[in-house]
Design a protein around this ligand. Structure first.
Ligand SMILES: C[S@@+](CC[C@H](N)C(=O)[O-])C[C@H]1O[C@@H](n2cnc3c(N)ncnc32)[C@H](O)[C@@H]1O
Length: 610
């Protein structure tokens, strides 16, 4: 809440502007917006948002003044000169290299203010391409929301101070100096620039743009509005088009529409967005390949493979006899070759380490393999091993049951790895979470820094605008001072030419004017007399004799009263003077003092006459 009212009062005012005038400032940062509005309110003597809204309703002309205050048009030719070097040396050559020799180059200067940015670009382009090529191939679309700024831009006439930054040779080549000391931008190049009103928030973007400059404009807008406009910019730019922002501006975090080309100069490139069709084509291109058969070659080979398998394997026939136990199984469960052929249920392995008989029956019934995970089995050195036991029913080609295969895979190592992996994963997750929150903190700090930076830059521009206004005011004031000095000099010479002593007193009888003739007569210099009370002056004039006439004149009872008095001049000589009192009238016809005109050699007459 500011002195001018609550946040909601400000929102009411913004809503009024949007509905009443179609100007939507709701996407602008409140800090600088409220400062600008309050500045305008101060000028018209309104102390809160709501009374200012009423004022706008009564004085519609105030809308224009308000918009001119909110829309800060600070700009200049070659603003931030190093950026323009980069544009000339890197951006334009790369852009031209990726175009065909006769292909047009489309440039958009968004938020162009009074056109200096667009014309700077025109000069750079003309220098690179030559005037003729430039005129044929390049189009600069320069847009702004502010009609008045656009009128200035189209006129292309700039004060001498505004072209300070233009290198002298370019000033010579691309500007004409007219009679009033202003510089007018080249007519020929002006034709390549089209100025138009465009609201970045509401209007559709210009399309197929190769180079888009939007400098020192987004910083006035809040983060959501910036994101919304940047999405439009990505649509406006051609593949591999360039975007230039102002030096205090950055892309919002997570923006994947642009990639930085040079962060220092705020140059970005549009990231080509894949169409849906392209994305589908990419996924279709990864279709699977055929699998290779692992064919064995002959019964013996198969037997040898089973025997050498690192997994223990048993085979039981449909009648319940153990028909096969490979080397690993024999070693694991201390089976002898003579156990082969025995009834499986008679062997310890049928129930230890895990009950297998029922599982085999279940596999037969379900005609489906079943598995038991992590079965503990003490190894030869007392260490517990973990086995994964799988029971698979076996069928012939006609699907008649042949028996079952039971495999024992040692998963001790993988189990340990799994546990270690889980542990490591948990650690990683914790670390990731920490990293994530640090990252978020950093991003927030970064965003805060970014917005402080933008805020500083907007304040800087506001100050610059105020400075320009003050300079204009200063000029008016100094003109007034000159006029006043001339007027004073004129008055001085009038007082001097009157040939009489002139003294002007205010209503309190303090000396306001004391001319040179008075100095001659009474010996006091003007600077000694002015500001003193008339009665306190140490001069040879019998002031008290004049007081009745002076008071009567100030009281409006008398007019041009002449008093004859005997006085002593500065040389000690007695003189006769005639002192005439006249009222000092102001513009308002009120009496503001009295004028005393003293003639030291008066014509003879009565001592005192009205
Ligand atoms: C500070 S000037 C920047 C001029 C120039 N781009 C530069 O960097 O020197 C900002 C300009 O943005 C314009 N602007 C503000 N809001 C806008 C909007 N919604 N759409 C288009 N232009 C806008 C203002 O009128 C002003 O001329």
């Amino acid at each position: 809440m500011s002195d001018a009212g609550s946040d909601s009062d400000l929102e009411l005012l913004l809503d009024y502007l949007r509905r009443g005038r179609g100007f939507d400032f709701t996407g602008y940062k409140r800090s600088s917006l409220s400062r600008r509005i309050e500045r305008r309110m101060q000028t018209v003597g309104m102390d809160n948002y709501l009374s200012y809204r009423d004022y706008l309703e009564v004085v519609p002309a105030e809308f224009t003044n308000l918009f001119n205050t909110i829309l800060i048009n600070v700009t200049s030719f070659y603003r931030d000169p190093p950026v323009w070097n980069y544009v000339a040396e890197e951006v334009l050559p790369r852009l031209l290299a990726q175009l065909q020799a006769d292909e047009p180059l489309r440039i958009w200067s968004a938020g162009c203010a009074s056109g200096e940015e667009a014309y700077t670009l025109a000069m750079l382009g003309a220098e690179q391409l030559g005037m003729e090529q430039f005129r044929e191939r390049v189009k600069i679309y320069a847009t702004d929301i502010d009609e008045e700024a656009l009128i200035h831009a189209r006129a292309a006439s700039y004060a001498a101070k505004a072209v300070d930054n233009v290198p002298p040779e370019l000033l010579e080549r691309y500007f004409e100096r007219n009679g009033q000391g202003t510089y007018v931008f080249s007519k020929e190049l002006r034709r390549t620039a089209i100025f138009g009103r465009h609201d970045l928030i509401q209007d559709a973007p210009i399309s197929r743009v190769d180079l888009l400059l939007c400098r020192n404009t987004l910083m006035y807008l809040n983060a959501d509005t910036q994101t919304h406009i940047l999405a439009r910019f990505s649509f406006a730019l051609r593949k591999r088009g360039y975007l230039l922002l102002g030096k205090a501006e950055l892309l919002p975090a997570h923006s994947n529409l642009f990639t930085p080309v040079d962060l220092k100069w705020r140059v970005f490139r549009a990231v080509p967005q894949r169409t849906l069709g392209e994305r589908l084509m990419v996924s279709a291109g990864t279709a699977g390949q055929g699998t290779a058969d692992a064919a064995g070659s002959g019964e013996r080979l198969r037997e040898a493979a089973v025997e050498a398998s690192p997994e223990g394997q048993l085979v039981v026939d449909a009648a319940g006899h153990l028909v096969l136990a490979n080397a690993k199984a024999r070693m694991l469960f201390s089976l002898g070759v003579d156990d082969v052929g025995k009834l499986f249920q008679d062997l310890e392995i049928s129930y230890r380490p895990v009950e297998l008989r029922s599982r085999i029956q279940q596999a037969y019934a379900e005609r489906h393999p079943s598995a038991v995970c992590e079965v503990e089995w003490p190894g030869p050195n007392g260490e517990v091993a973990y086995l994964e036991v799988q029971v698979t029913p076996l069928f012939d080609d006609t699907q008649a049951l042949l028996g079952a295969s039971v495999s024992f895979a040692n998963v001790t190592l993988s189990r340990r790895f799994q546990h270690e992996l889980e542990h490591a994963n948990r650690g990683l997750e914790d670390a990731y979470e920490e990293l994530q929150s640090t990252n978020e903190e950093l991003e927030t700090t970064n965003e805060e820094l970014q917005s402080t930076n933008e805020e500083l830059e907007t304040m800087n521009e506001e100050l610059q605008a105020t400075n320009e206004e003050l300079q204009a005011l200063n000029q008016v004031l100094s003109q007034r001072t000159t006029e006043l000095n001339q007027m004073n000099a004129l008055l001085e010479s009038i007082w001097a030419s009157v040939g009489r002593a002139v003294v002007v007193l205010d209503t309190e009888l303090r000396v306001m004017v004391w001319n040179h003739r008075s100095q001659d007569l009474w010996g006091l210099r003007p600077e000694e007399a002015q500001g003193q009370h008339f009665v306190n002056l140490d001069i040879g004039l019998p002031v008290e004799r004049l007081l009745p006439a002076i008071r009567a004149t100030i009281g409006g009872e008398d007019d041009h009263h002449a008093t004859l008095v005997e006085a002593t001049n500065r040389r000690g000589k007695t003189i006769h003077c005639q002192v005439t009192c006249s009222p000092l009238l102001g513009d308002d016809d009120e009496i503001h003092g009295v004028i005393l005109l003293t003639e030291d050699e008066p014509r003879q007459g009565p001592e005192s006459r009205p």
